[in-house]
Ligand binder design. Structure first.
Ligand code: PNS
Length: 160
């Protein structure tokens, strides 16, 4: 069974991420959407809430689960018995940093294979950080995130 890890911050998951998940699920027997639980960052959603939102969003996609990790990605990938890392590319600006990350991960562990999937053109401008800005000002999120994510974002920003 070929398992792939799709790592990221997912704060929160967007339709852009989901498009990558759906295509990764066609390529691999299993896909783990892995949330980085980074104590240095101050996410809008704690890791457990990000996982819940991902689980709801991927519930109709076979073979996909959600999890969180701390520390080095290569160590997490190995701990799951996987060797493939999925990353989405929205454009050339993503490519430079993603290439560096893929090369570094390979340097850390030569067995790790990074697979880049091009984002859907309609999602190339969608990012979690822009979504949070729209949410902070009460904008319409329906085109960019699933309804439960939009509702969770509205609640978060109401509390602030
Ligand atoms: O969604 P993001 O924020 O672009 O995801 C970045 C992520 C989580 C994939 C990356 O920061 C990561 O893998 N962090 C774990 C720490 C690590 O392994 N760093 C070295 C990779 S070069």
């Amino acid at each position: 069974m070929r398992l792939a890890i799709y790592p990221g911050s997912f704060d929160p998951i967007t339709y852009g991420h989901l498009d990558i998940v759906k295509r990764a699920a066609k390529l691999f027997d299993g896909v783990i959407v892995a949330v980085l639980n980074n104590a240095d960052k101050a996410p809008v959603f704690p890791a457990d809430e990000r996982i819940e939102l991902i689980e709801t969003a991927v519930s109709g996609i076979g073979g996909v689960t959600a999890d969180s990790f701390e520390g080095l990605l290569v160590d997490y990938v190995k701990s799951k018995g996987a060797d493939v890392v999925i990353r989405g590319l929205r454009g050339s600006s993503d490519f430079e940093s993603e290439l560096r990350m893929a090369q570094m991960n390979r340097q850390l562990d030569e067995d790790i294979i990074t697979v880049f999937l091009p984002s859907d053109a309609g999602n190339s401008f969608v990012s979690s950080s822009l979504i949070k800005q729209i949410a902070a000002y009460g904008g319409d999120l329906s085109e960019f995130v699933p309804a439960p994510v939009a509702s969770a974002l509205r609640n978060k920003f109401k509390q602030r």
